[in-house]
Design a protein around this ligand. Structure first.
Ligand code: ATP
Ligand code: MG
Length: 277
């Protein structure tokens, strides 16, 4: 999570999921609850996500509709509620499953969110009981929306990607404050900051200064990830238009250096989790 747009939330959510699965052999579920569905556009080629959106099958929207809740009408069609056990995340790789986002998530936010904000937590609690996944990674929108709120209620930890420039670093305390306030309001959330990952780092004086400032900051220093992701042309050049999934992911597509960075970040995340658990 980060309030600032375009800092790499989606890039990290999808690629860390992929590395947890491919490099470390974990069973991973990635959930895209951003109505802009950027993660979905990385994981699926265009013809597939167009189909998923049109058919409204097994998207993250399903989590928010269950038997206690009436069907909702989307684009003139009734979307029927289904039980958690009938939601089928799609396998993108063996043991890496994905629940796509959809633009229709907007409609729930506008009309029904107050009664539905615990649904994601209930779904994660249901998954916990099934022991189906080792990790559930949620990609959120940047703004403090209902989606972000339901992710805060549902999650154990959040990871904060930060671009080491002055504007992005200001967003850190803002997000931490918003999460603290939501925790107080909701009284249901146990979410903790797992760490701050610098992304899009460049050899700029400003970047070095920001990293140094945060690394020495009495509140933030304990959270800073040792490993960072540099700004790289072989990451920004990854195109959603590629047909093969492996051509849309850092671990399988980018340079050796980029791959090493994303593996190191994922490994550090695992270590931090072991430490906090
Ligand atoms: N390390 C990097 N080097 C180069 N480009 C990057 C890097 N990380 C992310 N990008 C690119 O920056 C853009 C924004 O990244 P991303 O979509 O992950 O950000 P976001 O925080 O999820 O944005 P939003 O707030 O819109 O959800 C994407 O085009 C992505 O490919
Ligand atoms: Mg995003």
């Amino acid at each position: 999570m980060n309030m600032k747009g375009g800092v790499g939330k989606t890039t990290l959510a999808v690629n860390i999921s992929h590395v947890l699965n491919q490099e470390f052999g974990h069973r991973v579920l990635t959930i895209d609850i951003d109505p802009q569905f950027n993660a979905t556009q990385i994981v699926y080629k265009q013809t597939d996500w167009v189909y998923i959106l049109r058919e409204e099958v097994h998207t993250a929207l399903r989590i928010f509709l269950d038997e206690e809740f009436e069907s909702i009408r989307i684009d003139g069609q009734w979307v029927q509620p289904i039980r958690f056990e009938d939601i089928e995340p799609k396998a993108v790789e063996k043991n890496w499953h994905f629940l796509p986002g959809t633009i229709n998530l907007y409609k729930i936010e506008l009309n029904y969110f107050k009664i539905l904000k615990f649904k994601l937590k209930e779904y994660i609690d249901y998954l916990r009981k099934t022991k189906r996944y080792d990790f559930v990674i949620i990609d959120t929108p940047p703004t403090p929306s209902s989606w972000m709120r339901s992710a805060i209620i549902a999650s154990d930890y959040y990871l904060m990607p930060v671009k080491p420039d002055a504007v992005s670093t200001m967003g850190i305390s803002l997000l931490m404050r918003i999460i603290r306030e939501l925790k107080e309001q909701e009284n249901e959330s146990n979410i903790e900051l797992l760490g701050i990952v610098f992304n899009m780092c460049e050899n700029l004086k400003d970047h070095q200064q920001q990293i140094e400032y945060l690394a020495n900051h009495n509140l933030f220093s304990q959270y800073i990830f040792e490993h960072q992701l540099k700004k790289r042309a072989d990451i920004s050049a990854i195109s959603h238009k590629e047909t093969l999934l492996t051509d849309r992911l850092i671990y399988t597509k980018s340079s050796k250096a980029a791959k090493e960075e994303i593996v190191a970040i994922t490994k550090e995340l695992k270590q931090k989790l072991r430490h906090v658990r």
